[in-house]
Design a binder for this molecule. Sequence first.
Ligand SMILES: NC(=O)c1ccc[n+]([C@@H]2O[C@H](COP(=O)([O-])OP(=O)(O)OC[C@H]3O[C@@H](n4cnc5c(N)ncnc54)[C@H](O)[C@@H]3O)[C@@H](O)[C@H]2O)c1
Length: 326
Amino acid sequence: MKGHKILIVGGAGYIGSHVALAFQEAGATVVVLDNLSTGRRENLQPGMELIEGDLQLPGLLADLFRGHFDGVIHLAAQKAAGESMVKPELYSRQNLIGSLNLLEAYAKQPQSRLIFSSTAAVYGNPVRLPMDETHPTAPVNFYGFTKLAIEGYLDWYGRLRGMQFAALRYFNAAGYDALGRIQGLEKNPQNLIPVVMEVAKGWRKNLQVFGNDYPTSDGSGVRDYIHVSDLGRAHVAAYRRLIETPGNLTVNLGTGKGYSVFEVIEETRRVSGRPIPHEVVPRREGDPPEVYASAQLAKETLGWQARESDLSNMIESTWNCYKNLP
Ligand SMILES: NC(=O)c1ccc[n+]([C@@H]2O[C@H](COP(=O)([O-])OP(=O)(O)OC[C@H]3O[C@@H](n4cnc5c(N)ncnc54)[C@H](O)[C@@H]3O)[C@@H](O)[C@H]2O)c1
């Protein structure tokens, strides 16, 4: 990939910084556009250029695309499903309008290629498992709605402007770079693993487990966790695929299996050597017992499958970032 110049929007964030690292390791020149609202400058590697800027500034985007990029990876978004239900205006502005500004500036360029961070939330509650890409899309939160809407825009801009795209539907991102090159903690994390880490550190008193009477192996909820370094490699594979093969892609990025809340707690206790106080509280309305992907299409189209996503890897690499903090 030497000589390819890739713009990574949201590349200072948790997943974006791992995606940026994967492109740099593949030989690309990486430019990051990020407003540093939740991203961190220190997540970038030496040799990466940071443009501190916002998708809400169409003038800045127009200037940026006077230069040439071989591909754009778009990760910038608000991502808290619960918050999206009380702040739909924020999610409309940041996710929808921000993405439309990017499409307006970029899609008309010759040979435009865009890889978009979509999510399993576009499916809503599972009607069958594993969830493959033909599963009905019926988001149950506004966040998932915005991501599905953007997928729709990608499809139309593909048809009308000739842009190639890959929409990558991530399941639950977890873990950190195994070599410790990225250590910046997520700001205001909401996902289970960082919250369990905060309990292990004593930053939170205890963990609430929402339900222990689900029809799962141990009664707690089960989700598909995917290591961020596996996500990084998948983006590089998707970019290569867009270059080599005409057409677009909408693909799940998951492992095909899930871990339960109690398994995450137990593994964190083992790895950290710290107690994880927790209390079982009633189920949250609308939470399905189990969610996991079919990873088959990603294997067939990208030649990609998860390599680093076993639970101990994800917990150990995350604990390595937390353990030395005060
Ligand atoms: N974390 C997950 O488990 C998960 C799962 C599915 C999908 N996703 C999607 O992956 C993407 C990245 O998620 P993340 O977990 O790394 O979140 P993050 O908050 O760490 O990263 C988002 C990055 O975008 C930047 N940003 C936000 N708004 C911007 C704007 N208007 N202009 C410029 N930069 C802006 C932030 O500063 C941050 O660096 C998001 O689109 C999210 O919806 C995440």
